[in-house]
Design a protein around this ligand. Sequence first.
Ligand code: ATP
Ligand code: MG
Length: 388
Amino acid sequence: MREVLLVRYGEVFLKGTNRPYFMNKLVSHVREAVKPIHGRVWLSEGRIYVSDFTDMQACIDRVTRVFGVHSVSPAIEMDKDDFEAICRQAAEMMQGMSGTFKVLARRSDKRYPLDTPAIMREAGGYILTHVPGLEVDVHHPEHEMMIEIRDHAYLSVLRYPGTGGMPMGTNGKACLLLSGGIDSPVAGYMIAKRGVEICCVHYHSFPYTSERAREKVLELARELSEYCGEIRVYVVPFTEIQMAIHEKCPDNHTTLIMRRYMMRIAEKLAEKENAQALITGESIGQVASQTMDALVCTNQVVSMPVFRPLIGMDKSEIIALAESIGTYATSSLPYEDCCTIFTPKHPTTHPRIEQMERSEKALPMEELIERAIEGTVVETVLPGQSGI
Ligand code: ATP
Ligand code: MG
């Protein structure tokens, strides 16, 4: 008898003839996730199993974060021949629980002496008489004891929800514009969850923004890497561009021109990375630079698709997501972002593309972009190094 984890996967089921491809990715990501705690991972009859881990809770935490995992249950794997021992074990696992329950059974070993209704009936009856405080409710039970008869018997009662989504790396690559704020890590998470590999670009305006602000962004990237695996972060020096915009462009256009430079540089770096799209944390109307007119101006300078998964979300909804994925605390640290320095008093909220283009004429665009890219530093962050 030993403890194993039963891993269920969701949408992966749907992928028809591509199924082996999705499954191989998923299994290899589960394997990677449990490597530091020495888990052994195998696939059998529509489930992924993990055994031989050193720490059950750590194993659950790691596996539930793998995109594509629907839910995880700690289970007892035991000899299937002694049915009474199975009933005893099931009752022991339910001791201390109260309310309603039912037993569910599955049997892939069709030669097993009891069929599924008999397993449910016998085990249910045993639990009812041996665990005080539990009643049967077959329609809406609070607890479900699952007994699966395969090569062994597997018993599980707890179920931890996984993140869902699609296995990482099954859907191309995109480049996330990662600031130190609340929104952009959530945006990156949402796209990565659909199986998209991500890399990050961060604009840093040293000495106006501090080393701690840069470190905060790397910590956010580390937190994302707990879900996505290794991530490359391009840290782009942005001071020269900001100073030039500040000196040469009308005050009410500076924020948007800065945003346009961010997009242009991100697209160039994305091409280098073979990424096919950009991701931002923008949401309609959140700030002056995210009105519909402003978004149109920002979008106009790039030809890659720009994914804005938060576009229709309220700040409170974004915060709830940030909390649930574990990035909120780091995002809330007070260090300044390059957007907040040189902020104009009256930024335009209804800009027009022609106005932006006219204002930008004063800048040596190619040169500025080239120098920023030349000065870019690439950092690599890995899972297992963040505080979440
Ligand atoms: P966030 O919480 O993500 O910082 P925000 O509400 O502060 O968003 P803005 O500062 O206008 O909004 O930025 C909009 C988007 O532009 C961000 O979500 C992010 O994708 C990108 N962005 C802003 N600042 C930076 C930066 N310094 N480096 C990289 N991307 C940035
Ligand atoms: Mg921001």
